[in-house]
Design a protein around this ligand. Structure first.
Ligand code: SF4
Length: 488
């Protein structure tokens, strides 16, 4: 079959959407954020290896015009067109499908993503889409759907479709048991080199060491109430690829593509498992990869223990993206974070003493908070940013977003926290206040971003610049910060 996985171009007031591989959606002025859509990249790779003709057309990150995009898509003559969507732009995608369906007569259309995993029937009721592919492993499910469309297998679980006047499915989406059985992403097909973010050294490549947020020694993974992928995609569980399988992929990235930095965009990386880190260190030593690449990763603060910091240092971890989320334990517990703020502070400081760069992420606009709570978040963020500052330390601040289907959205309905906009999907783009807030969300978001401009932070960062690569990174960081500042 001829299968196209696409992101149609979309702009709003000169801003571009952060869609693929983004848990939280917004339109931004920053042109420095191009996150590689990993599961769609797996999807086209699996399909190509199965002998299908595939087109990976990310018009958003390629900066394509509508005209150029349409031309390329039509020239490909797809038989199946697949889109990833999210809550704030789902109505745009419904309209897009309805508009394009008559123009691509031989094509059927499928849609996937977090929102449709919670509400699969809705897209079939509101658009002419043929299939809704649910669950986080939509790469594997999509490949099974294509096999079914060829008449070689039954319809897989997790796909919703029309049958006359009815909407049917073969049951809930399943998680693929053995992630090592998936092929390595075809980097050429997916144009890996156009992607990257301001805080990563180039050339950089994104990987997934696993799927889902794990916790050392715990049966269930992370359960933060706002965490859309952990709930919509990963069934609150975590799976890891084997260290050998990950090392093999990194070896290809380093040797064939000359990648300098690898970013692990798994929910909480693989750093939650000490056994994994130990085995991974052995693997990269065995392959002579130690010192040939650097790796950065998402991480829960609770994992920044002495033992793991030592191991990560030995492996070559550079930057850790850590969720602070809020500056009070009360707020952390209300969002199901399962960590205390004192522990987060202690663990982040330990990581900084080990020399890791830390990117903090935090949110504002929790409906139960008052001014002193957000001041406390600001205070903690600033304390951590100014603690043993090294070039590369940074933060990201955003407004809490209760996407429909998440436990946070259910809490918001129960407690009357939603504003009227909370029923309008297109307003869940961080431009509107979806939850009632007792302070000015945009003001506090911008204030947090502005910690980057604190003179002490700037001087300490500047004095720890070490290389030409650092200077290039700093320039990209400044451009990105200017874009973010315009957003708020
Ligand atoms: S720690 Fe992060 S990845 Fe894990 S559930 Fe919470 S928000 Fe999601």
């Amino acid at each position: 079959m001829r299968v196209a996985f696409i992101y149609p171009p979309l702009f709003m007031d000169g801003k571009i959407p952060l869609l693929g591989q983004n848990r939280q959606f917004k339109f931004t002025h920053s042109k420095e954020i191009k996150i590689f859509p990993l599961i769609p990249a797996y999807a086209v790779t699996i399909l190509k290896q199965a002998g299908h003709e595939v087109l990976f057309l990310d018009a958003i990150n390629r900066g394509m015009t509508g005209e150029a995009f349409e031309k390329e898509l039509k020239a490909f003559k797809p038989e199946l067109v697949v889109l990833e969507t999210k809550t704030p732009i789902i109505k745009f995608h419904w309209e897009w499908i309805d508009y394009f369906k008559p123009q691509l007569e031989s094509a059927r259309f499928a849609i996937c993503g977090d929102h449709v995993s919670f509400f699969p029937e809705e897209s079939i009721q509101n658009s002419r889409v043929d299939f809704v592919v649910t669950g986080g492993d939509f790469d594997v499910t999509l490949a099974a759907l294509v096999t079914h469309l060829e008449g070689k297998a039954v319809m897989p679980p997790g796909v919703y479709f029309r049958d006359g006047m009815e909407i049917k499915s073969m049951g809930k989406a399943e998680l693929h048991r053995n992630l090592d059985s998936l092929p390595f992403i075809d980097r050429d097909l997916t144009r890996w080199d156009i992607y990257g973010e301001a805080y990563l050294y180039r050339p950089c490549a994104y990987i997934l060491t696993g799927r889902g947020c794990g916790r050392e020694g715990k049966e269930t993974g992370g359960v933060c109430t706002f965490c859309i992928w952990q709930h919509a995609f990963w069934q609150r569980k975590a799976r890891l690829r084997s260290p050998k399988n990950v090392a093999e992929e990194i070896e290809i990235l380093v040797k064939k593509y000359k990648v300098h930095e690898v970013f692990d965009d798994n929910e909480s990386g693989a750093v939650w498992s000490q056994v994994w880190l130990e085995a991974f260190l052995v693997e990269i030593e065995k392959r002579g990869l130690k010192g040939k690449f650097i790796i950065s990763s998402n991480a829960r603060a609770e994992n920044l223990t002495e033992e793991k910091c030592r191991l990560m240092k030995a492996i070559g971890y550079r930057l850790l993206k850590v969720g602070l989320e809020a500056g009070t334990t009360d707020s952390l517990h209300r969002i199901g974070k399962l960590e205390n703020v004192e522990d987060i502070i202690e663990n982040v400081k330990r990581a900084k003493r080990y020399g890791f760069k830390v990117m903090l992420t935090m949110m504002v606009g929790y409906p139960w908070e008052d001014l002193k709570d957000v001041e406390q978040t600001y205070k903690v963020a600033k304390e951590l940013m100014l603690y043993k500052t090294h070039f590369g330390d940074s933060l990201q601040a955003s407004i809490i977003m209760p996407y429909p289907g998440t436990p946070l959205y259910r809490d918001a309905e129960k407690h009357g926290w939603l504003t009227e906009d909370g029923k309008d999907y297109e307003k869940m783009d961080m431009e509107h206040d979806i939850l009632k807030s007792h302070y000015d969300n945009k003001y506090w978001c911008q204030k947090m971003w502005n910690i980057h401009k604190d003179p002490v932070f700037l001087i300490k960062s500047f004095l720890s610049l070490r290389s030409i690569r650092d200077i290039a990174l700093a320039l990209r960081g400044v451009k990105s910060l200017l874009g973010h500042n315009k957003d708020y």
